[in-house]
Design a protein around this ligand. Structure first.
Ligand SMILES: [Zn+2]
Length: 703
């Protein structure tokens, strides 16, 4: 599980990703300097699409299709000691990371022939790899900020300090601020403040009182004591500070809306005058705050969860100044600990990756630094990366596939048994307005103003963070940039944005096992075809269906159709809510509803698209292809195996438990089995009988 999913969701409140975000905290920060430097990066093999050796033929595909498709892969690919989960997704991500690493490593060597971009990202990477310097400096790189916190002598000054920390991305105390498209007028960029300020991955960790959660809170407390001591506090001070921070974060957690509740766009849409925000939380000096972040002219904004800001006011007024300082200290230390000296890095790894996620060994430094550079200078690094690793024909091939899927979804809407003609017209109009982005941006962001120094990693993070923060805030009041990307080119993922009504496929995912020109159409439609169908179906899931083709929050279903829609989606809520991610840990059917709907719709329309292609343009000139065997499998069977094999994975029990709380995606096992169970064509392809586990009597269908 990659922890910073939270941040991603906050950044993209209207976007749905294909998989949990890879370029995020624990995948990057879960390291420790000492062990890392000794590891030598090796080039991972290209990933095999349609892997016959992964299949476990001792299992009946009608009994457990996931085990059938992935059984041998799972047996032969245990989780590496420096990971908390390992799947075919992760293998591709690791390969992309390695290839990116070779670029960065080359660019990190001082050489007058480097281009300006290479010098910038090369020096950034070099500053990250310099653990000797990090170890010499200890907490010194964040000392000026810690000093500012320590110098506070009046609660009224907190707002300016919070602004300073947020605007440099050197921590995210209390809440986050930025821009977003107005949910009801997608042509407008407005300001937004969102709940936040928690260190643990979800509000539940502060609230629930079962044994496991209490243990996590104790481990969190121990972590805080450790890092406070590393920052120079006595054991007694450190213990008192930890207890104060836990109390503050618990109060914030109790006031935060759950992830499930936040899925409803109306629950996160509260346009508010700045004057009203000041009344909501008068204890926080907004008059100082907004000018400090460069938004002094703001008159109104979306206050995502007003009750949270009321509670924040309460926290500030009922806490003492020293308690609030402890909280700010922890925010800054935690955000930067992975990049400070070994003891800080080790403490961070030990709690967030080892205890919380079950990862045995730290992630090698080269991987972490590669991902960190990609995250901070993604559109600089990406320019050179796509030139080398994104073949020019890939974009044209993807466009063809997208067109095939679009036709298939249009037909699916036509034949949908539960929807009235009036609503079908609206759905088709929305589909007609879908836009797509493939590979990488037409126009790259200009990072030339970001100052990079090869001897100062924290300063580099500060500058890149400030650039990002300002870039985002500057959108307020300006026209929407339809061409902007929210994932970097090497990312192995895809997303749909309901405010943009667009689907986005970074270059990183457009290769095996998702996309392979050397394979038959069945294999490609089962993998990247389903990814495309998945993203399209997001436009019509529990969240997406509330937005129209222009990206505006507007009900376009008739009242009767909406009732039917809810009944159909409830079927999936119950189905997936019965699946377990770890012993006793059932999936949250409501949190995962959008992703499950997208998986089910994606599989169906990709399958229909494949059938159309085989019927019309198979290499044998037509329909005979539908029954042609390759490797002993029909095209239908190859389609389903290719689909399921995307999800071959192993995961630690701890990581699975974190995912259940925070990840809107179901685990791989259920993304495969839960989906094929709902699609009769699967049972037909493998000769299953009604009533067998993979062909139940009562299947769910939304789209
Ligand atoms: Zn998705």
């Amino acid at each position: 599980m990659k922890l910073n999913l939270i941040a991603t969701l906050l950044l993209l409140p209207c976007a749905a990703a294909f998989a949990q975000q890879p370029a995020v905290d624990s995948a990057i920060t879960s390291g420790a300097n000492a062990a890392a430097d000794t590891s030598t990066p090796k080039e991972p093999k290209p990933i095999q699409s349609f892997d016959l050796t992964a299949i476990d033929k001792t299992v009946d595909p009608c009994a457990d299709f996931y085990q059938y498709s992935c059984g041998n892969w799972r047996k032969n690919n245990p989780i590496p000691s420096d990971e908390s989960e390992w799947g075919r997704f992760d293998q591709l991500e690791e390969r992309n990371t390695y290839l990116l690493y070779t670029e960065l490593e080359k660019a990190s060597r001082p050489n007058p022939d480097r281009t300006a971009l290479q010098k910038q990202y090369g020096d950034f990477f070099a500053s990250c790899m310099n653990t000797t310097l990090a170890d010499q400096q200890g907490a010194q790189p964040i000392q000026p900020l810690l000093q500012k916190i320590s110098d506070l002598n009046d609660k009224a000054q907190i707002a300016s300090l919070v602004a300073d920390i947020q605007a440099r991305h050197l921590g995210s105390p209390f809440f986050s601020v930025g821009s977003q498209q107005d949910l009801k007028d997608s042509t407008q960029q407005i300001g937004v403040v969102r709940q936040g300020g928690l260190t643990l991955p979800d509000r539940d960790y502060y609230i629930e009182s079962d044994e496991r959660t209490m243990k996590v809170r104790q481990q969190f407390t121990d972590y805080m004591v450790t890092v406070f001591k590393l920052a120079g506090d006595t054991p007694e001070q450190a213990a008192a500070e930890a207890s104060d921070v836990l109390a503050i974060e618990t109060a914030l957690a109790k006031a935060a809306l759950s992830r499930t509740a936040l899925r409803d766009p109306l629950n996160r849409y509260h346009p508010t005058q700045v004057t009203a925000l000041k009344q909501l939380a008068p204890g926080f000096d907004w008059n100082a705050y907004f000018p400090s972040i460069g938004a002094g002219q703001l008159t109104s904004l979306n206050v995502v969860t007003p009750d949270f800001f009321k509670a924040l006011n309460q926290v500030i007024s009922s806490s003492t100044l020293p308690q609030l300082k402890s909280y700010l200290r922890l925010q800054v230390i935690t955000a930067n600990a992975p990049w400070l000296s070994s003891p800080f890095d080790q403490a961070h790894f030990n709690f967030f990756s080892h205890e919380l996620e079950g990862q045995d060994q730290p992630t090698p430094r080269w991987k972490r630094c590669t991902r960190l550079t990609d995250r901070n200078l993604g559109e600089a690094v990406g320019q050179d990366w796509v030139r080398q690793y994104f073949p020019p024909d890939a974009k044209a091939n993807m466009e063809k596939l997208v067109a095939a899927l679009k036709t298939s979804l249009a037909q699916d809407i036509q034949t949908l048994p539960w929807m009235s003609d009036a609503t079908k017209k609206e759905a088709e109009a929305k589909l007609e307005l879908f836009r797509q982005k493939i590979g990488y941006p037409d126009k790259w962001k200009d990072y030339s103003s970001i100052q990079v120094d090869r001897d100062h990693l924290i300063a580099n993070l500060d500058h890149a963070g400030a650039f990002d923060f300002t870039y985002d805030l500057n959108k307020i009041g300006k026209p929407v940039d339809e061409k902007e990307w929210h994932m970097t080119p090497p990312t192995v993922n895809a997303y749909y944005s309901s405010s943009m009504n667009d689907i986005n496929f970074p270059a990183g995912i457009l290769q095996p096992p998702f996309f392979d020109n050397s394979k038959d159409p069945a294999v490609n439609f089962g993998a990247i075809g389903v990814v495309i169908g998945h993203e399209m179906t997001h436009g019509f899931d529990d969240q997406g269906s509330k937005f129209d083709g222009k990206g505006n929050l507007r009900e376009w279903q008739t009242a009767e159709d909406r009732k039917q829609f809810v009944a159909k989606t409830d079927c999936e809520v119950n189905e997936y809510g019965g699946f377990e991610a770890a012993p006793g840990a059932k999936l949250n059917g409501k949190l995962t509803l959008g992703e499950n709907t997208a998986d089910n719709g994606g599989l169906r329309i990709a399958y229909q698209a494949l059938m159309s292609v085989l019927a019309s343009e198979g290499p044998d000139g037509g329909k005979s292809d539908v029954s042609k065997l390759i490797d002993g499998y029909t095209p239908s069977q190859r389609f389903f195996i290719s689909f399921a094999q995307v999800w071959c994975e192993n995961i630690t029990e701890q990581s699975a438990r974190v995912s259940v709380k925070v990840d809107p995606h179901s685990p791989g096992q259920w993304r495969a089995n839960g989906t094929v169970q709902n699609f009769d064509e699967f049972g037909k392809a493998f000769g299953c009988k009604k009533g067998q586990p993979m062909m139940p009597e009562n299947a769910c269908r939304v789209w």
